[in-house]
Design a binder for this molecule. Structure first.
Ligand SMILES: C[S@@+](CC[C@H](N)C(=O)[O-])C[C@H]1O[C@@H](n2cnc3c(N)ncnc32)[C@H](O)[C@@H]1O
Length: 143
């Protein structure tokens, strides 16, 4: 039987609602350090770190619908207030919507692809995409 996934609107940022650079203080309702996970999958890292570091605001970016929906359901059920997720392409989002100096740390774990059939344009490290990360000024740049 298929698992029922619930929607939690307060957890999800909607790409269609974005209008220019985002304001993390407004999104999280507080001014705390922001960490972004690029390609957050099923949100295991986001959830565990958000619980372990309640003073940090975490944003996951995940473009796969099934992982995004799974993550929204999990984040909502865990009831953590310091995690948000958005379903979009991380590179376009970072370039166009994340203000300079607004992110303390970028996390990228197990990025696609495994060395197999995935076409390069679908990987996090294809040339176009890797250009997105270095210019982003942030106090502690971890990749
Ligand atoms: C191998 S999974 C790793 C998931 C997670 N980081 C972890 O450690 O469990 C890579 C994830 O990155 C996502 N992804 C790949 N390229 C992306 C992009 N450009 N924007 C957003 N998500 C992306 C994939 O959909 C996938 O869920």
């Amino acid at each position: 039987m298929a698992k029922i996934l619930n929607d939690y609107p307060s957890v999800a940022l909607k790409p269609e609602d974005l209008n220019g650079r985002i304001d993390f203080t407004q999104i999280f309702g507080r001014k705390n350090p922001v960490h972004i996970e690029v390609g957050s999958g099923k949100a295991a890292f986001l959830l565990n770190q958000a619980k372990a570091q309640p003073d940090v605001n975490f944003l996951g970016i995940e473009w796969a619908r099934k992982y995004y929906r799974y993550s929204v359901d999990r984040i909502g059920r865990w009831g953590l207030k310091n995690v948000r997720i958005i379903r979009t392409d991380a590179v376009d989002f970072i370039i166009n919507f994340v203000p300079d100096n607004s992110v303390e740390c970028f996390h990228i774990y197990f990025p696609d692809p495994w060395p197999k059939k995935t076409p390069p344009q679908k990987t996090l490290h294809c040339p176009r995409k890797s250009r997105a990360y270095p210019p982003l000024p942030c106090p502690r740049r971890h990749y």
